[in-house]
Design a protein. Structure first.
Length: 70
């Protein structure tokens, strides 16, 4: 192996792309914490309630009155 290298070391903490990605991640997490669904889930967890899965009984209506049917 060669003892000298022509490569330069770029520290991530000073790289603009890395700092922008970290800022984006921080903003995304803050926005998620403000989201109503996240807040409701946190309130339920603090009360000890368990979030039940939402089950919707949807059915396909393929008749003349359905605008999606051509």
């Amino acid at each position: 192996m060669a003892s000298t290298s022509g490569a330069s070391v770029i520290y991530l903490h000073s790289h603009p792309t890395w700092t922008a990605a970290q800022e984006h991640e921080r903003l995304r997490r803050e926005a998620m914490r403000r989201h109503p669904a996240f807040l409701a889930r946190q309130r339920m967890a603090s009360r000890g309630d368990h979030a039940a899965p939402v089950v919707r009984n949807l059915r396909l209506c393929a008749d003349a009155h359905t605008p999606a049917v051509t």
